[in-house]
Design a protein around this ligand. Structure first.
Ligand code: PLP
Length: 354
């Protein structure tokens, strides 16, 4: 298989789009008419196909269901005011996908085929990209091991798919966050930096416990001392302390290298803040709060974009914020949205035309 080979296209008879309103459509619930599919077999990728979106038949012994070789990505496509479709930083997602694949002992997907698959599929589904504010087309590429055999070893066969879901605003209300001190998401040497399915299953119990206490998400801390901040649910976190924006560094491989995180760092620097990627302890956050220097706290991710955090709880210490007075997070969100929706020039080459 080379990128020059045609992607086979099998179209649906009638689009589902006429039965769906895209306005305020909930995240991840509706999928477009077609999907991209490519199988890995005999040590190579086979002919890719775009075909109607439908359930996949699976043998009960399918390896991914038992041993969890499964990875994914989250990307968004937007329409500008002229109705042209653009994808936000897809090459970065493709690189991260392949880094996840390597860590999970899975085959990588050649970047040109991946990109061509994205382009061809989105092109076909153009009408599914909403053009309201804070709306977009969420792109979910994923891969799983598809050997039909029970045995703990890397699979020989894999399935790579891309599905698309039109989406409205994700978390629109400011969040209450519980600083986690008992459960752990990632350790050095582990898979925290990979977008591997098991990371999310492993986080659900702790998150549910925090929800019982009235919180929306946990803020993960390091496994050894529960002292250093990692990230939050499916978001990286930023703390505005004085005139600095601080976010945990990626050093130990315990944090997902968010593409929104990177875009936000660039934007914060553009706004004149000093951006620091470094170890950040909960003690430093608390003392900044006590001295009045902790100005804003927010999460960043493709699904959520920028999510304001209105409360942080650590042990018995609660930090509450009046998010309505914040200037920086809303301005960052605004600038990123202006680039995404083509309202201002994109100086970074982030928007890739479909
Ligand atoms: C996907 C994800 C993020 C955000 O990454 P983006 O590239 O900005 O979408 C952050 N943390 C985790 C654990 C994630 O899975």
């Amino acid at each position: 298989m080379t990128a020059a080979d045609e992607i086979k296209i099998k179209k649906i008879k009638e689009s589902k789009l006429s039965q769906i309103s895209l306005e305020n459509i909930p995240f991840g619930k509706y999928f477009t008419d077609h999907m991209f599919e490519m199988d890995y077999h005999n040590g190579e990728w086979q002919q890719p196909i775009i075909r109607p979106y439908e359930p996949i038949m699976m043998d009960p012994s399918t390896a991914a269901l038992h041993y969890g070789q499964a990875i994914f990505e989250g990307i968004k496509a937007y329409k500008n005011k002229d109705g042209e479709a653009f994808i936000f930083r897809p090459h970065d997602n493709i690189k991260r996908f392949n880094a996840s694949a390597v860590r999970m002992q899975m085959p990588t997907v050649p970047e040109d085929i991946f990109m061509e698959g994205l382009r061809t599929l989105i092109n076909l589904e153009q009408n599914w990209i909403p053009n309201q504010e804070d709306h977009s087309l969420y792109i979910r590429p994923f891969m799983y091991s598809s050997d039909e055999m029970i045995g703990v070893r890397p699979s020989e066969d894999y399935k790579f798919l891309i599905i698309l879901s039109p989406t409205g605003p994700y978390y629109n209300t400011p969040m209450r966050i519980y600083v986690e001190e008992q459960y752990v998401r990632a350790v050095p040497g582990g898979v925290g930096y990979a977008k591997a399915a098991g990371n999310y299953g492993a986080a659900m119990y702790a998150t549910a416990q925090a929800k019982l206490k009235g919180y929306d998400q946990v803020l993960w801390t390091d496994a050894f001392e529960h002292k250093y901040i990692q990230e939050c649910g499916t978001m990286n976190v930023f703390f505005i302390i004085g005139d600095k924006a601080i976010t945990p560094d990626l050093g130990a491989g315990t944090i997902l290298a968010g593409i929104t995180r990177d875009s936000v760092m660039v934007t914060l620097a553009q706004l004149g803040l000093t951006v620091e990627e470094r170890e950040l302890s909960i003690d430093e956050i608390i003392s900044a709060h006590q001295s009045g220097l902790l100005k804003e706290v927010f999460g960043t991710g493709t699904a959520a974009t920028i999510s304001l955090i209105k409360e942080l709880k650590y042990k018995d210490y609660i930090m509450s914020f009046d998010v309505n007075s914040w200037k920086i997070a809303p301005e960052v969100k605004n600038r990123l949205n202006q680039i995404r929706y083509g309202q201002i020039e994109d100086p970074y080459g982030w928007m890739v035309k479909v």
